[in-house]
Design a protein around this ligand. Structure first.
Ligand SMILES: [Zn+2]
Ligand SMILES: [Zn+2]
Length: 609
């Protein structure tokens, strides 16, 4: 994905070394004759093939989404010919590969793609749009990774589609190019009757364009309002790093699809992002902008400040990275913080949600099992991964998004309170300078070194990484919050646990595996066990349960009648204190708020652009 400079050098070298190889090229023609039934026709032509056997493949993974997807499952009616139109019969060495021999240097593969999941990872074709994530759509050829690529689209008859994409626009209608395979696979396309907005950003002697290509059924006024807010968010992101990245073709594109029924998603790319949701701008303006904010931050963090473990991205296997607590977690932290700094959400709204990652890490037994690095490495098991058999992740896992978000807030508070005039923004800017321009993929030791250099305190950096990144120790949030003019406000309520319950037929079913530290677990209850009564009262709904619990204190014992695998029994359950904590201004719990703490809080939340 991150190959711009490298590609330029490689192409130059090829031009001198081997004129024959310079003629390698890949082109795709895509049409939508049966869009109503979610089919696309793709014709891929590979030229300048020099090996006797051309290995044509469908990807198994997609950048930014870590599970294996086996995109070959939606490909059929494969027809292969050579440059003269002679039919070739491929060998199938595995699920996702077609080995083609007997060709004349040109191989054309025509196939049908079924596509009915228009989000950041998959593809969706219908009469209203074609939303194509490249790895889910395009066969590629092993050995032609450096060849330039051209793609052209033919919309269904009568459709006035334009295309939102980071691919380079060519002169022919709906025709685009990419310098190589890695860039092409990083470039999704949405073809639809799009509404467009754009603005330019001038800085450091260059002018760049930011565009929104939106497929939605809302009004132009709503899109104008969305655009104004999006602009302020991008300015706040720019302020963190001190500049925009130099986008490859001087342009960044938000590829938005907000039609009803669209799966909610966001997926970062070098010079664009896919942002999809079934929420309209009328009902979901700010939640949709929250995704936009997160994804735009990725233009620096993960797209250019890139972990070495993801370079180059392997489309033929799962990609494991121990750095997603930073790549995703820190991005999650800034995604919502920048919304607040941009004035899209209020400080009060922001604070209400900002404490959630801290709460999640505090409550989750998972932190006893794996460090944030090890949590990150499990992404292929959890990110868009569906398994038939249950897992014990309730007890052994914390999402690297959540864990990393909690580390970001903890490190930001630590820098702001322990060091004069240092913030997490400074750390991100240093990472940008060291690893983003030019792009030098980083390792975990690089991250620790940057923290040591920023703080001029290597012992602190080593200790922080040892405890909280490689280790499993909680950051002291309570004390840090007070120094930031904030408090972690606890709930005094008694609870039976913190698992999800499903109320139906006057009873409550435990909807997930129970947490090892929760009263339900300790009472011997687990997923799918049915709670019939508490204190002899039927559990008809959450309100009834809450009112029963309101009569108790944490530590009280209650009798719960349950149905467990067909057997009715009564268990004695010791109520716990609700672990929920909220991040609130210190004024709400304490009259005396030190001036410096209040100043830190205000500096943290204030507009930077
Ligand atoms: Zn769309
Ligand atoms: Zn992300």
């Amino acid at each position: 994905m991150k190959k711009t400079l490298f590609t330029a050098l490689a192409v130059a070298a090829l031009a001198f070394a081997s004129p024959a190889r310079a003629q390698q090229s890949v082109s795709y023609q895509v049409s939508f004759e049966n869009a109503v039934h979610h089919e696309a026709t793709v014709i891929a032509t590979f030229k300048g093939v020099q090996t006797p056997v051309l290995e044509v493949r469908m990807a198994r993974s997609s950048p930014g989404r870590y599970a294996l997807h086996e995109f070959a499952k939606n490909v059929y009616s494969v027809q292969i010919t050579d440059g003269k139109g002679k039919t070739l019969t491929p060998n199938r060495p595995n699920l996702h590969q077609w080995n083609v021999s007997g060709h004349d240097g040109t191989v054309t593969v025509k196939y049908t793609l079924f596509a009915d999941h228009p989000d950041g990872t998959y593809a969706g074709v219908s009469p209203t749009h074609a939303h194509l994530n490249a790895p889910a759509t395009f066969m590629y050829a092993h050995g032609l990774e450096k060849a330039p690529i051209q793609v052209s689209f033919t919309p269904p008859a009568g459709k006035n589609w334009t295309a939102a994409t980071q691919l380079k626009k060519e002169t022919a209608p709906l025709t685009f190019s990419a310098p190589d395979f890695q860039y092409f696979m990083d470039s999704p396309v949405e073809l639809a009757d799009l509404k467009w907005r754009e603005w330019t950003v001038q800085e450091k002697g260059r002018t760049q364009k930011i565009r929104i290509g939106m497929h939605h059924s809302g009004t132009d006024q709503e899109l104008d309002e969305y655009t104004q807010r999006a602009k302020r968010i991008t300015q706040e992101a720019q302020a963190v790093f001190g500049e925009l990245p130099a986008f490859d073709f001087g342009e960044y594109t938000f590829i938005a699809c907000y039609l009803p029924g669209t799966p909610g998603d966001g997926m970062e790319h070098r010079n664009s992002t896919v942002i999809t949701s079934s929420r309209s701008l009328q009902t979901g303006m700010n939640p949709n902008l929250s995704t936009l904010s997160h994804e735009f931050f990725h233009a620096w963090n993960v797209e250019r400040i890139r972990p070495k473990s993801l370079e180059p991205f392997n489309f033929a296997d799962a990609n494991m990275s121990g750095e997603l607590w930073l790549a995703e977690g820190f991005t999650s932290y800034y995604g919502t913080l920048l919304l607040e700094r941009a004035g899209v959400t209020s400080s009060a709204d922001y604070l209400q949600n900002a404490g959630y990652p801290i709460l999640a890490v505090m409550v989750s037994p998972g932190k006893e099992y794996f460090s944030p690095v090890e949590m990150s490495q499990q992404a292929p098991f959890v990110d868009a991964s569906r398994s038939v058999d249950a897992t014990n992740r309730t007890n052994t896992y914390i999402s690297y998004y959540t864990y990393g978000n909690a580390i970001a807030i903890g490190l930001d508070f630590t820098l702001r309170t322990k060091f004069k005039n240092l913030t997490l923004d400074d750390y991100m800017r240093l990472l940008w300078q060291r690893h983003g321009k030019p792009e030098q993929p980083y390792t975990l030791p690089d991250l620790e070194k940057a923290l040591a250099d920023l703080t001029k305190d290597p012992a602190f950096a080593q200790d922080f990484f040892k405890r909280h990144i490689y280790g499993k120790e909680m950051i002291p949030y309570e004390a840090l919050a007070r120094q930031m003019g904030l408090a972690l406000q606890q709930s005094p309520n008694a609870v039976i646990g913190w698992e999800g319950l499903k109320f139906q037929n006057d009873q409550a079913t435990i909807a997930q595996g129970t947490f090892a530290n929760s009263p339900l677990y300790k009472a011997g209850l687990d997923r799918d066990d049915v709670l019939l009564t508490l204190d002899g009262q039927k559990l008809t709904d959450q309100k009834t349960l809450d009112s029963l619990l309101a009569k108790h204190k944490p530590g009280d014992q209650v009798q719960v009648e349950v149905m467990q695998q067909g057997t009715k029994k009564t268990v004695s359950l010791t109520l716990a204190q609700d672990p929920a904590v909220k991040l609130v201004p210190l004024e709400q719990v304490d009259k005396k708020v030190p001036k410096d703490a209040k100043a830190r809080r205000e500096a943290w939340l204030s507009k930077k652009a």
